[in-house]
Design a protein around this ligand. Sequence first.
Ligand code: GTP
Ligand code: MG
Length: 201
Amino acid sequence: MSATSTPFNGECDFVAAAATLDRIPPESLPEVAFAGRSNVGKSSLINALTNRKALARTSHTPGRTQQLNFFTIQERFLLVDMPGYGYAKVSKTTRKSWDDLIKQYLRGRVSLKCVFLLVDSRHGLKESDREMMKMLDETAVAYRIILTKADKLKPPQKIKIIEQLKGDLKKHPAAFPEPLLCSSHKQEGLNDIQDVILSVI
Ligand code: GTP
Ligand code: MG
């Protein structure tokens, strides 16, 4: 696909932010969601994919995204930026309300075509990622792992983490067997992710 014809270069707009289930917009266009631990690079990836600097708000400090944020791409499909999980520094009550929101959103939303589960390529799967994968397996939501911050790895380390993950993914029925690898900062792997999005919506 040529750079000019991709919808990712077209109009994209913020549609809604939802901190509670009743604020989630009704199902309409197909959507894909970006989930993962706090600080893994979800919002940065949405900006990189859409070639915007600050469509989604990012931060060095974990816990930046505190609501489900919906963005429309050329009024054809939606990208959903999610609050991160696994962030210890917020209060237990806040933590629980984010976790409940994430779970309630992910369950039973027909317009949700795929969840991208972002994992820091330096760290691999953490316990909280495994819990999320279990939940997605149980609710049969199709998901695909994206390894982030690939600019921090040398080529042999990239091969190693991908092979490790492939072994893990065999045990997860709702997971796509091949992880993707990207760097939002170095703009690596973005075309592949865009192609995957266009193929699932
Ligand atoms: P929460 O909203 O808190 O859940 O975080 P998030 O997953 O949205 O992460 P965010 O995009 O805000 O990025 C967190 C930090 O990681 C920021 O300091 C980013 O600059 C950094 N970061 C994001 N993508 C990359 C990348 O590709 N490479 C490197 N080296 N750093 C990155
Ligand atoms: Mg974020």
